[in-house]
Ligand binder design. Structure first.
Ligand code: COA
Length: 567
Protein backbone atom coordinates (compact mmCIF):
# COMPACT_ATOMS: atom_id res chain seq x y z
CA UNK A 1 0.00 0.00 0.00
CA UNK A 2 0.97 3.61 -0.42
CA UNK A 3 0.67 4.99 3.08
CA UNK A 4 0.91 8.67 3.93
CA UNK A 5 1.78 9.45 7.55
CA UNK A 6 0.16 12.80 8.30
CA UNK A 7 1.64 13.98 11.57
CA UNK A 8 2.46 17.01 13.66
CA UNK A 9 6.10 15.89 13.90
CA UNK A 10 8.34 12.91 13.20
CA UNK A 11 8.12 11.83 16.83
CA UNK A 12 9.13 8.45 18.19
CA UNK A 13 5.82 6.75 17.41
CA UNK A 14 5.80 8.11 13.86
CA UNK A 15 9.42 7.02 13.41
CA UNK A 16 8.56 3.53 14.60
CA UNK A 17 5.51 3.23 12.32
CA UNK A 18 7.53 4.58 9.41
CA UNK A 19 10.18 1.91 9.97
CA UNK A 20 7.77 -0.96 10.71
CA UNK A 21 5.41 -0.26 7.80
CA UNK A 22 8.37 0.14 5.46
CA UNK A 23 9.74 -3.21 6.64
CA UNK A 24 6.34 -4.79 5.85
CA UNK A 25 6.81 -3.67 2.24
CA UNK A 26 4.50 -0.66 2.23
CA UNK A 27 5.52 2.52 0.45
CA UNK A 28 5.55 5.13 3.17
CA UNK A 29 5.81 8.89 2.92
CA UNK A 30 5.47 11.58 5.58
CA UNK A 31 3.83 14.99 5.58
CA UNK A 32 3.85 17.34 8.55
CA UNK A 33 0.48 18.83 9.39
CA UNK A 34 1.27 22.45 8.68
CA UNK A 35 -1.86 23.74 6.91
CA UNK A 36 -4.90 22.19 5.23
CA UNK A 37 -3.74 23.30 1.78
CA UNK A 38 -0.30 21.72 2.29
CA UNK A 39 -1.83 18.44 3.46
CA UNK A 40 -4.19 18.46 0.46
CA UNK A 41 -1.22 19.01 -1.84
CA UNK A 42 0.64 16.09 -0.25
CA UNK A 43 -2.35 13.80 -0.80
CA UNK A 44 -2.61 14.98 -4.41
CA UNK A 45 1.09 14.33 -5.00
CA UNK A 46 1.36 10.96 -3.27
CA UNK A 47 -2.09 9.54 -4.08
CA UNK A 48 -2.04 7.29 -1.01
CA UNK A 49 -4.16 4.18 -0.56
CA UNK A 50 -4.36 5.03 3.10
CA UNK A 51 -3.56 7.94 5.40
CA UNK A 52 -2.42 7.28 8.97
CA UNK A 53 -2.26 10.06 11.54
CA UNK A 54 -0.02 8.82 14.37
CA UNK A 55 0.34 12.18 16.12
CA UNK A 56 -1.95 15.05 15.22
CA UNK A 57 -2.82 18.10 17.23
CA UNK A 58 -5.84 19.13 15.17
CA UNK A 59 -8.52 17.60 12.98
CA UNK A 60 -7.90 16.33 9.45
CA UNK A 61 -9.74 18.56 6.96
CA UNK A 62 -12.98 17.19 5.52
CA UNK A 63 -11.57 17.60 2.02
CA UNK A 64 -9.20 14.73 2.90
CA UNK A 65 -11.15 12.40 5.22
CA UNK A 66 -14.25 12.47 3.01
CA UNK A 67 -12.25 11.08 0.06
CA UNK A 68 -9.61 8.87 1.70
CA UNK A 69 -9.58 6.41 4.54
CA UNK A 70 -7.72 8.20 7.33
CA UNK A 71 -6.77 6.24 10.43
CA UNK A 72 -6.20 8.20 13.62
CA UNK A 73 -3.99 6.69 16.32
CA UNK A 74 -5.48 7.82 19.62
CA UNK A 75 -3.49 7.14 22.84
CA UNK A 76 -6.59 6.14 24.77
CA UNK A 77 -8.95 3.26 25.39
CA UNK A 78 -12.07 2.71 23.31
CA UNK A 79 -14.47 5.60 23.79
CA UNK A 80 -11.83 7.94 25.20
CA UNK A 81 -11.75 11.28 23.42
CA UNK A 82 -9.87 14.54 23.80
CA UNK A 83 -6.34 15.93 23.61
CA UNK A 84 -5.09 14.93 27.09
CA UNK A 85 -5.82 11.19 27.04
CA UNK A 86 -2.64 9.95 28.72
CA UNK A 87 -2.40 12.92 31.06
CA UNK A 88 -5.79 12.09 32.62
CA UNK A 89 -5.09 8.36 32.73
CA UNK A 90 -1.82 8.84 34.64
CA UNK A 91 -3.03 11.61 36.91
CA UNK A 92 -6.13 9.65 37.86
CA UNK A 93 -4.16 6.49 38.49
CA UNK A 94 -5.79 4.21 35.88
CA UNK A 95 -4.41 0.69 36.17
CA UNK A 96 -4.82 -0.18 32.50
CA UNK A 97 -4.96 1.97 29.42
CA UNK A 98 -4.86 1.53 25.66
CA UNK A 99 -4.58 2.75 22.10
CA UNK A 100 -7.44 3.00 19.63
CA UNK A 101 -7.18 3.24 15.86
CA UNK A 102 -10.26 4.95 14.50
CA UNK A 103 -11.36 6.38 11.23
CA UNK A 104 -11.38 10.17 10.90
CA UNK A 105 -14.80 11.73 10.63
CA UNK A 106 -16.49 15.03 11.35
CA UNK A 107 -16.12 14.84 15.15
CA UNK A 108 -12.62 14.45 16.54
CA UNK A 109 -11.83 10.97 17.95
CA UNK A 110 -15.46 9.90 17.43
CA UNK A 111 -15.14 7.91 14.20
CA UNK A 112 -15.70 4.16 13.88
CA UNK A 113 -13.05 1.89 15.35
CA UNK A 114 -10.72 -0.32 13.33
CA UNK A 115 -8.62 -1.75 16.14
CA UNK A 116 -7.70 -1.25 19.76
CA UNK A 117 -5.11 -2.60 22.18
CA UNK A 118 -4.76 -2.37 25.93
CA UNK A 119 -1.84 -2.48 28.35
CA UNK A 120 -1.13 -2.27 32.08
CA UNK A 121 -0.44 1.34 32.94
CA UNK A 122 2.86 1.67 34.83
CA UNK A 123 3.37 4.42 37.38
CA UNK A 124 5.70 6.33 35.10
CA UNK A 125 6.14 9.55 33.21
CA UNK A 126 3.82 10.34 30.34
CA UNK A 127 6.66 10.52 27.82
CA UNK A 128 7.93 7.14 28.98
CA UNK A 129 4.53 5.45 28.70
CA UNK A 130 4.07 7.04 25.28
CA UNK A 131 7.51 5.95 24.10
CA UNK A 132 7.05 2.38 25.34
CA UNK A 133 3.56 0.97 25.95
CA UNK A 134 1.67 3.38 23.67
CA UNK A 135 4.15 2.97 20.82
CA UNK A 136 4.10 -0.84 21.08
CA UNK A 137 0.30 -0.96 21.31
CA UNK A 138 -0.08 1.52 18.44
CA UNK A 139 2.14 -0.59 16.17
CA UNK A 140 0.09 -3.68 16.97
CA UNK A 141 -3.23 -1.88 16.52
CA UNK A 142 -2.20 -0.31 13.20
CA UNK A 143 -1.14 -3.72 11.89
CA UNK A 144 -4.49 -5.24 12.92
CA UNK A 145 -6.31 -2.32 11.28
CA UNK A 146 -4.35 -2.86 8.04
CA UNK A 147 -5.22 -6.56 8.05
CA UNK A 148 -8.91 -5.78 8.60
CA UNK A 149 -8.87 -3.18 5.84
CA UNK A 150 -7.21 -5.61 3.46
CA UNK A 151 -9.76 -8.28 4.35
CA UNK A 152 -12.63 -5.92 3.50
CA UNK A 153 -13.93 -5.59 7.08
CA UNK A 154 -15.86 -2.56 8.21
CA UNK A 155 -14.99 -0.52 11.32
CA UNK A 156 -17.20 -0.68 14.41
CA UNK A 157 -19.16 2.51 15.14
CA UNK A 158 -18.13 4.10 18.42
CA UNK A 159 -21.67 3.73 19.84
CA UNK A 160 -21.49 -0.06 19.33
CA UNK A 161 -17.91 -0.52 20.52
CA UNK A 162 -18.83 -0.45 24.21
CA UNK A 163 -15.65 1.07 25.64
CA UNK A 164 -15.40 2.58 29.12
CA UNK A 165 -13.67 5.73 27.82
CA UNK A 166 -15.32 9.14 27.58
CA UNK A 167 -14.78 12.62 26.25
CA UNK A 168 -12.30 14.52 28.44
CA UNK A 169 -11.30 18.15 28.05
CA UNK A 170 -7.80 19.47 27.59
CA UNK A 171 -6.01 19.18 30.91
CA UNK A 172 -5.24 22.69 32.14
CA UNK A 173 -2.59 23.89 34.54
CA UNK A 174 -5.34 24.42 37.13
CA UNK A 175 -6.00 20.63 36.94
CA UNK A 176 -2.30 19.93 37.37
CA UNK A 177 -1.62 22.35 40.23
CA UNK A 178 0.26 20.88 43.19
CA UNK A 179 -1.06 21.82 46.61
CA UNK A 180 2.15 21.44 48.60
CA UNK A 181 0.28 21.86 51.88
CA UNK A 182 -2.04 18.96 51.13
CA UNK A 183 -0.87 16.67 48.34
CA UNK A 184 0.90 13.53 49.53
CA UNK A 185 4.14 12.52 47.83
CA UNK A 186 2.37 9.94 45.65
CA UNK A 187 -0.07 12.59 44.39
CA UNK A 188 2.73 15.07 43.67
CA UNK A 189 4.61 12.41 41.72
CA UNK A 190 1.52 11.45 39.75
CA UNK A 191 0.83 15.06 38.81
CA UNK A 192 4.42 15.59 37.69
CA UNK A 193 4.50 12.29 35.81
CA UNK A 194 1.27 13.15 33.98
CA UNK A 195 2.85 16.35 32.67
CA UNK A 196 6.31 15.05 31.69
CA UNK A 197 7.98 15.86 29.21
CA UNK A 198 5.28 18.37 28.16
CA UNK A 199 3.87 20.75 29.40
CA UNK A 200 5.28 20.29 32.92
CA UNK A 201 3.52 21.54 36.06
CA UNK A 202 3.38 25.30 36.56
CA UNK A 203 4.74 26.14 40.00
CA UNK A 204 7.27 28.37 41.73
CA UNK A 205 10.81 27.83 42.96
CA UNK A 206 12.63 30.43 45.03
CA UNK A 207 9.69 32.76 44.38
CA UNK A 208 10.10 32.52 40.61
CA UNK A 209 7.51 31.08 38.23
CA UNK A 210 8.60 27.91 36.47
CA UNK A 211 7.41 24.57 35.15
CA UNK A 212 8.56 21.42 36.93
CA UNK A 213 9.70 18.19 35.24
CA UNK A 214 11.63 15.04 35.92
CA UNK A 215 10.43 14.04 39.40
CA UNK A 216 12.22 11.30 41.37
CA UNK A 217 10.91 9.77 44.59
CA UNK A 218 13.00 9.98 47.78
CA UNK A 219 12.63 7.45 50.54
CA UNK A 220 15.29 8.48 53.08
CA UNK A 221 15.52 12.26 53.30
CA UNK A 222 12.73 14.60 54.30
CA UNK A 223 11.60 17.04 56.96
CA UNK A 224 11.04 20.75 56.51
CA UNK A 225 7.95 22.71 55.57
CA UNK A 226 5.93 21.25 52.68
CA UNK A 227 7.12 22.89 49.47
CA UNK A 228 10.44 23.95 50.99
CA UNK A 229 13.63 23.25 49.01
CA UNK A 230 15.78 21.13 51.28
CA UNK A 231 18.97 20.69 49.33
CA UNK A 232 20.61 19.75 46.06
CA UNK A 233 22.48 16.83 44.57
CA UNK A 234 24.41 17.48 41.38
CA UNK A 235 21.71 19.10 39.22
CA UNK A 236 18.57 18.12 41.14
CA UNK A 237 16.72 19.84 43.98
CA UNK A 238 15.04 18.09 46.90
CA UNK A 239 11.65 19.50 47.86
CA UNK A 240 9.67 18.67 50.98
CA UNK A 241 6.13 17.26 50.75
CA UNK A 242 3.62 16.76 53.53
CA UNK A 243 4.79 13.18 54.05
CA UNK A 244 8.35 13.10 52.70
CA UNK A 245 10.22 14.67 49.82
CA UNK A 246 10.77 14.42 46.08
CA UNK A 247 13.56 15.41 43.75
CA UNK A 248 12.96 17.84 40.90
CA UNK A 249 15.42 17.16 38.10
CA UNK A 250 14.45 19.74 35.49
CA UNK A 251 12.61 23.04 35.24
CA UNK A 252 11.70 25.61 32.64
CA UNK A 253 11.85 29.07 34.12
CA UNK A 254 9.04 31.39 33.13
CA UNK A 255 11.15 34.50 33.52
CA UNK A 256 14.06 33.35 31.36
CA UNK A 257 14.28 34.05 27.65
CA UNK A 258 14.43 31.86 25.73
CA UNK A 259 12.56 29.50 28.06
CA UNK A 260 14.58 26.30 27.89
CA UNK A 261 14.06 23.18 29.95
CA UNK A 262 17.21 22.86 32.08
CA UNK A 263 18.56 20.87 35.01
CA UNK A 264 16.96 22.48 38.07
CA UNK A 265 20.12 23.37 39.97
CA UNK A 266 21.54 24.98 36.85
CA UNK A 267 18.42 26.96 36.01
CA UNK A 268 18.56 28.36 39.58
CA UNK A 269 22.32 28.28 39.92
CA UNK A 270 22.77 31.08 42.46
CA UNK A 271 19.92 29.89 44.69
CA UNK A 272 20.99 26.25 44.47
CA UNK A 273 24.57 27.08 45.44
CA UNK A 274 23.34 28.31 48.81
CA UNK A 275 21.54 25.03 49.57
CA UNK A 276 22.98 22.11 51.52
CA UNK A 277 24.67 19.59 49.25
CA UNK A 278 23.26 16.08 49.71
CA UNK A 279 25.74 13.80 47.97
CA UNK A 280 25.35 10.04 47.89
CA UNK A 281 27.95 8.20 49.88
CA UNK A 282 29.18 5.24 47.78
CA UNK A 283 27.82 6.77 44.59
CA UNK A 284 28.15 3.47 42.79
CA UNK A 285 25.76 1.49 44.94
CA UNK A 286 22.46 1.34 43.03
CA UNK A 287 19.56 2.34 45.29
CA UNK A 288 15.83 2.53 45.15
CA UNK A 289 13.93 5.79 45.51
CA UNK A 290 16.41 8.61 45.44
CA UNK A 291 17.98 10.83 42.80
CA UNK A 292 20.85 8.89 41.29
CA UNK A 293 21.80 9.42 37.66
CA UNK A 294 24.81 7.08 37.61
CA UNK A 295 24.61 3.74 39.37
CA UNK A 296 26.79 0.65 39.42
CA UNK A 297 26.23 -2.91 40.52
CA UNK A 298 28.16 -6.12 39.94
CA UNK A 299 27.93 -9.87 40.14
CA UNK A 300 29.05 -13.01 38.25
CA UNK A 301 32.06 -11.24 36.76
CA UNK A 302 29.90 -8.46 35.30
CA UNK A 303 29.90 -4.76 36.18
CA UNK A 304 26.68 -2.99 35.26
CA UNK A 305 26.80 0.78 34.76
CA UNK A 306 23.47 2.60 34.48
CA UNK A 307 23.27 6.22 33.43
CA UNK A 308 19.80 7.69 33.65
CA UNK A 309 20.27 11.09 32.03
CA UNK A 310 17.07 13.00 31.31
CA UNK A 311 16.13 12.57 27.66
CA UNK A 312 19.44 10.82 27.03
CA UNK A 313 21.17 14.18 26.69
CA UNK A 314 24.75 14.11 27.96
CA UNK A 315 26.28 17.45 28.93
CA UNK A 316 29.97 18.07 29.51
CA UNK A 317 29.89 17.37 33.23
CA UNK A 318 27.69 14.30 32.81
CA UNK A 319 30.18 12.88 30.31
CA UNK A 320 33.06 13.66 32.68
CA UNK A 321 31.30 12.02 35.63
CA UNK A 322 30.37 9.00 33.57
CA UNK A 323 33.96 8.71 32.35
CA UNK A 324 35.13 8.78 35.96
CA UNK A 325 32.62 6.07 36.85
CA UNK A 326 33.60 4.03 33.80
CA UNK A 327 37.31 4.25 34.66
CA UNK A 328 36.51 3.12 38.17
CA UNK A 329 34.41 0.21 36.83
CA UNK A 330 37.44 -0.81 34.78
CA UNK A 331 39.46 -1.22 37.97
CA UNK A 332 36.98 -3.74 39.42
CA UNK A 333 37.74 -7.47 39.45
CA UNK A 334 35.15 -8.19 36.78
CA UNK A 335 35.49 -9.31 33.18
CA UNK A 336 32.58 -7.69 31.38
CA UNK A 337 31.25 -4.15 31.69
CA UNK A 338 27.67 -3.60 30.58
CA UNK A 339 26.84 -0.01 29.71
CA UNK A 340 23.12 -0.02 30.40
CA UNK A 341 22.21 3.62 29.73
CA UNK A 342 18.78 4.74 30.91
CA UNK A 343 15.34 3.17 30.76
CA UNK A 344 13.96 5.23 27.87
CA UNK A 345 17.11 6.48 26.20
CA UNK A 346 20.53 4.97 26.08
CA UNK A 347 21.95 8.27 24.88
CA UNK A 348 21.06 11.07 22.47
CA UNK A 349 24.53 12.61 22.34
CA UNK A 350 25.61 16.05 23.44
CA UNK A 351 23.24 18.16 25.51
CA UNK A 352 21.65 20.61 23.14
CA UNK A 353 19.65 22.45 25.83
CA UNK A 354 22.70 23.14 27.96
CA UNK A 355 24.55 24.26 24.86
CA UNK A 356 21.73 26.60 23.90
CA UNK A 357 21.69 28.10 27.39
CA UNK A 358 25.47 28.57 27.57
CA UNK A 359 27.05 32.01 27.30
CA UNK A 360 28.89 30.76 24.22
CA UNK A 361 26.97 27.90 22.56
CA UNK A 362 29.89 27.36 20.19
CA UNK A 363 32.36 26.95 23.06
CA UNK A 364 29.99 24.72 25.02
CA UNK A 365 29.42 22.56 21.92
CA UNK A 366 33.18 22.21 21.67
CA UNK A 367 33.63 21.26 25.33
CA UNK A 368 30.73 18.83 25.19
CA UNK A 369 31.95 17.05 22.08
CA UNK A 370 35.43 16.72 23.59
CA UNK A 371 33.95 15.25 26.76
CA UNK A 372 31.81 12.70 24.94
CA UNK A 373 34.74 11.83 22.69
CA UNK A 374 36.89 11.22 25.77
CA UNK A 375 34.27 8.79 26.98
CA UNK A 376 34.02 7.03 23.61
CA UNK A 377 37.81 6.81 23.47
CA UNK A 378 37.96 5.24 26.92
CA UNK A 379 35.45 2.58 25.86
CA UNK A 380 37.15 1.88 22.54
CA UNK A 381 40.58 1.53 24.14
CA UNK A 382 39.50 -0.61 27.11
CA UNK A 383 41.91 -3.53 27.34
CA UNK A 384 40.92 -4.91 30.73
CA UNK A 385 37.31 -5.86 29.99
CA UNK A 386 34.96 -6.92 27.30
CA UNK A 387 32.32 -4.17 26.91
CA UNK A 388 28.66 -4.43 26.02
CA UNK A 389 26.26 -1.57 25.26
CA UNK A 390 22.81 -2.84 26.25
CA UNK A 391 20.11 -0.67 24.71
CA UNK A 392 16.85 -0.90 26.64
CA UNK A 393 16.01 2.55 25.30
CA UNK A 394 16.56 4.49 22.10
CA UNK A 395 19.84 5.98 20.97
CA UNK A 396 20.33 8.88 18.61
CA UNK A 397 23.12 10.83 16.93
CA UNK A 398 26.35 10.73 18.96
CA UNK A 399 24.62 8.50 21.51
CA UNK A 400 24.23 5.74 18.92
CA UNK A 401 27.95 5.88 18.11
CA UNK A 402 28.90 6.01 21.76
CA UNK A 403 27.05 2.69 22.05
CA UNK A 404 28.95 1.38 19.04
CA UNK A 405 32.21 2.17 20.86
CA UNK A 406 31.55 -0.97 22.94
CA UNK A 407 32.70 -4.37 21.70
CA UNK A 408 29.12 -5.61 21.50
CA UNK A 409 25.82 -3.80 21.10
CA UNK A 410 22.64 -5.61 22.13
CA UNK A 411 19.31 -3.89 21.75
CA UNK A 412 15.75 -4.61 22.78
CA UNK A 413 13.56 -5.15 19.71
CA UNK A 414 11.38 -2.10 20.51
CA UNK A 415 14.37 0.22 20.38
CA UNK A 416 14.87 2.84 17.66
CA UNK A 417 18.28 3.98 16.57
CA UNK A 418 19.07 7.20 14.75
CA UNK A 419 22.78 6.77 13.98
CA UNK A 420 23.22 9.98 12.01
CA UNK A 421 23.79 13.67 12.68
CA UNK A 422 22.74 15.64 9.64
CA UNK A 423 19.25 16.48 10.89
CA UNK A 424 20.91 18.83 13.35
CA UNK A 425 21.85 21.48 10.78
CA UNK A 426 24.21 19.28 8.79
CA UNK A 427 26.29 18.48 11.82
CA UNK A 428 29.27 16.35 10.80
CA UNK A 429 29.44 14.41 14.06
CA UNK A 430 32.29 12.93 16.05
CA UNK A 431 32.35 10.16 18.70
CA UNK A 432 34.76 8.32 16.37
CA UNK A 433 31.94 7.43 14.00
CA UNK A 434 34.33 7.48 11.03
CA UNK A 435 36.31 4.73 12.78
CA UNK A 436 33.38 2.78 14.18
CA UNK A 437 30.77 2.74 11.45
CA UNK A 438 32.37 1.56 8.18
CA UNK A 439 33.77 -1.75 9.52
CA UNK A 440 30.28 -2.66 10.73
CA UNK A 441 28.13 -1.66 7.78
CA UNK A 442 30.64 -1.16 4.95
CA UNK A 443 31.64 2.13 3.32
CA UNK A 444 28.51 2.27 1.17
CA UNK A 445 26.29 1.30 4.08
CA UNK A 446 27.84 4.06 6.21
CA UNK A 447 27.28 6.64 3.49
CA UNK A 448 23.70 5.49 3.08
CA UNK A 449 22.90 5.60 6.80
CA UNK A 450 24.36 9.08 7.10
CA UNK A 451 22.64 10.34 3.96
CA UNK A 452 19.21 8.76 4.56
CA UNK A 453 18.96 10.22 8.09
CA UNK A 454 16.21 7.75 8.93
CA UNK A 455 15.52 5.84 12.10
CA UNK A 456 16.37 2.15 12.19
CA UNK A 457 14.46 -0.37 14.25
CA UNK A 458 16.73 -2.66 16.24
CA UNK A 459 15.89 -5.43 13.75
CA UNK A 460 16.95 -3.27 10.80
CA UNK A 461 20.09 -2.18 12.66
CA UNK A 462 20.96 -5.85 13.18
CA UNK A 463 20.39 -6.67 9.51
CA UNK A 464 22.71 -3.86 8.51
CA UNK A 465 25.36 -4.97 10.98
CA UNK A 466 25.18 -1.83 13.11
CA UNK A 467 24.32 -3.84 16.23
CA UNK A 468 25.28 -7.37 17.24
CA UNK A 469 22.01 -8.70 18.59
CA UNK A 470 18.36 -7.79 18.84
CA UNK A 471 16.42 -9.37 21.72
CA UNK A 472 12.67 -9.77 21.29
CA UNK A 473 11.88 -9.05 24.92
CA UNK A 474 10.17 -6.41 27.02
CA UNK A 475 12.25 -4.07 29.18
CA UNK A 476 12.38 -6.37 32.24
CA UNK A 477 13.03 -9.47 30.18
CA UNK A 478 15.77 -7.63 28.33
CA UNK A 479 17.53 -6.56 31.53
CA UNK A 480 17.49 -10.14 32.84
CA UNK A 481 18.68 -11.65 29.57
CA UNK A 482 21.49 -9.09 29.21
CA UNK A 483 22.81 -10.03 32.65
CA UNK A 484 22.57 -13.73 31.85
CA UNK A 485 24.44 -13.33 28.58
CA UNK A 486 27.05 -11.01 30.06
CA UNK A 487 27.71 -13.53 32.86
CA UNK A 488 27.98 -16.29 30.27
CA UNK A 489 30.49 -14.18 28.35
CA UNK A 490 32.51 -13.54 31.51
CA UNK A 491 32.54 -17.25 32.39
CA UNK A 492 33.35 -18.48 28.89
CA UNK A 493 36.48 -20.65 28.85
CA UNK A 494 37.76 -18.73 25.82
CA UNK A 495 37.32 -15.30 27.50
CA UNK A 496 41.12 -14.63 27.80
CA UNK A 497 41.56 -15.51 24.14
CA UNK A 498 38.69 -13.26 23.19
CA UNK A 499 40.10 -10.36 25.17
CA UNK A 500 43.50 -10.87 23.59
CA UNK A 501 41.96 -10.93 20.10
CA UNK A 502 40.29 -7.62 20.86
CA UNK A 503 43.59 -6.08 22.03
CA UNK A 504 45.32 -7.34 18.92
CA UNK A 505 42.63 -5.94 16.63
CA UNK A 506 42.87 -2.55 18.33
CA UNK A 507 46.65 -2.55 18.00
CA UNK A 508 46.37 -3.38 14.30
CA UNK A 509 43.82 -0.61 13.80
CA UNK A 510 46.02 1.82 15.69
CA UNK A 511 49.01 0.96 13.50
CA UNK A 512 46.90 1.46 10.37
CA UNK A 513 45.54 4.83 11.49
CA UNK A 514 45.77 6.22 15.01
CA UNK A 515 42.53 6.82 16.82
CA UNK A 516 43.69 10.38 17.50
CA UNK A 517 43.69 11.07 13.77
CA UNK A 518 40.06 10.02 13.36
CA UNK A 519 39.17 12.38 16.17
CA UNK A 520 41.25 15.21 14.77
CA UNK A 521 39.60 14.87 11.35
CA UNK A 522 36.09 14.69 12.78
CA UNK A 523 36.70 17.64 15.07
CA UNK A 524 38.08 19.70 12.25
CA UNK A 525 34.68 19.38 10.58
CA UNK A 526 32.87 19.98 13.86
CA UNK A 527 34.91 23.14 14.40
CA UNK A 528 33.41 24.42 11.14
CA UNK A 529 29.92 23.50 12.34
CA UNK A 530 30.47 25.33 15.62
CA UNK A 531 32.60 28.31 14.63
CA UNK A 532 32.32 28.55 10.84
CA UNK A 533 30.37 30.92 8.62
CA UNK A 534 27.47 28.52 8.06
CA UNK A 535 25.09 28.94 11.02
CA UNK A 536 22.93 25.88 10.14
CA UNK A 537 23.82 23.90 13.27
CA UNK A 538 23.10 26.84 15.57
CA UNK A 539 19.79 27.55 13.83
CA UNK A 540 18.73 23.89 13.85
CA UNK A 541 19.68 23.52 17.53
CA UNK A 542 17.74 26.64 18.48
CA UNK A 543 14.67 25.37 16.63
CA UNK A 544 15.01 21.90 18.18
CA UNK A 545 15.45 23.14 21.74
CA UNK A 546 12.67 25.73 21.46
CA UNK A 547 10.45 23.22 19.62
CA UNK A 548 9.69 25.67 16.83
CA UNK A 549 6.78 24.45 14.73
CA UNK A 550 7.70 22.95 11.38
CA UNK A 551 7.07 25.05 8.32
CA UNK A 552 7.90 22.32 5.80
CA UNK A 553 8.49 18.58 5.72
CA UNK A 554 12.10 17.59 5.04
CA UNK A 555 12.55 15.97 1.64
CA UNK A 556 14.06 12.79 3.03
CA UNK A 557 10.71 12.12 4.75
CA UNK A 558 8.29 13.58 2.19
CA UNK A 559 9.21 11.27 -0.64
CA UNK A 560 6.16 12.45 -2.58
CA UNK A 561 7.90 15.80 -2.83
CA UNK A 562 11.08 14.24 -4.19
CA UNK A 563 10.86 14.26 -8.00
CA UNK A 564 12.92 11.05 -8.32
CA UNK A 565 11.97 8.86 -5.33
CA UNK A 566 8.34 9.95 -5.21
CA UNK A 567 7.39 8.47 -8.55
N1 COA B 1 19.96 17.30 23.91
C1 COA B 1 18.94 17.82 24.63
N2 COA B 1 17.69 17.34 24.59
C2 COA B 1 17.46 16.31 23.77
C3 COA B 1 18.47 15.72 22.98
C4 COA B 1 19.77 16.25 23.08
N3 COA B 1 20.78 15.74 22.40
N4 COA B 1 17.92 14.72 22.26
C5 COA B 1 16.62 14.66 22.60
N5 COA B 1 16.34 15.64 23.49
C6 COA B 1 15.04 15.91 24.13
C7 COA B 1 14.01 16.53 23.20
O1 COA B 1 14.14 17.93 23.14
C8 COA B 1 12.73 16.12 23.87
O2 COA B 1 12.55 16.98 24.97
P1 COA B 1 11.16 17.18 25.78
O3 COA B 1 11.23 16.28 26.96
O4 COA B 1 11.21 18.60 26.22
O5 COA B 1 10.06 16.88 24.84
C9 COA B 1 13.07 14.73 24.40
O6 COA B 1 14.48 14.67 24.48
C10 COA B 1 12.62 13.62 23.52
O7 COA B 1 13.14 13.88 22.22
P2 COA B 1 12.25 13.76 20.93
O8 COA B 1 12.96 14.46 19.83
O9 COA B 1 10.86 14.17 21.25
O10 COA B 1 12.33 12.18 20.77
P3 COA B 1 12.11 11.35 19.48
O11 COA B 1 12.02 9.95 19.92
O12 COA B 1 11.00 11.94 18.69
O13 COA B 1 13.44 11.59 18.59
C11 COA B 1 15.84 11.82 18.27
C12 COA B 1 14.69 11.10 19.02
C13 COA B 1 17.16 11.29 18.82
C14 COA B 1 15.74 11.56 16.78
C15 COA B 1 15.74 13.33 18.50
O14 COA B 1 15.53 13.58 19.87
C16 COA B 1 16.96 14.09 18.08
O15 COA B 1 17.17 14.35 16.92
N6 COA B 1 17.79 14.51 19.06
C17 COA B 1 18.96 15.28 18.80
C18 COA B 1 20.14 14.40 18.57
C19 COA B 1 21.35 15.23 18.25
O16 COA B 1 21.40 15.87 17.23
N7 COA B 1 22.31 15.25 19.18
C20 COA B 1 23.43 16.12 19.04
C21 COA B 1 24.50 15.60 18.19
S1 COA B 1 25.43 14.36 19.00
Amino acid sequence: MRILLLTHAFNGLTQRLHAELGALGHEVSVEFDIADAVAEEAVELFRPDLIIAPYLRRAIPESIWSRHVCLIVHPGIVGDRGPSALDWAIQEGESSWGVTVLQAEEQMDAGPIWASETFDLRAARKASVYRNEVTEAACRAVCVALERLAAGHRPVPLAEAGGRGRLRPLMRQSDRRIDWERDATATVLRKLDAADGFPGVADELFGQPCHLFDAWPESGLGGGRPGEILGRRETALLRATVDGAIWIGHVRRGDAQPAIKLPAAMAFAAEAAALPDLPLADWWRARQATWQDIAYSEGDGVGLLHFEFYNGAMGTRQCERLLQAYRWACTRPTRVIVLAGGADFWSNGIHLNLIEAARSPADESWHNIQAIDDLAEAVITTESHCTVAALRGNAGAGGAFLARAADLVWARSGVLLNPHYKNMGNLYGSEYWTYLLPPRVGEDGAREIMRNRLPLTARAALQRGFIDDCLELDADGFATEVLRRAAELAAAPDFPRRLQAKRDARARDEARKPLARYREEELQMMRRNFYGFDPSYHVARYRFVLKSPHSWTPRHLARHRDPVRGR
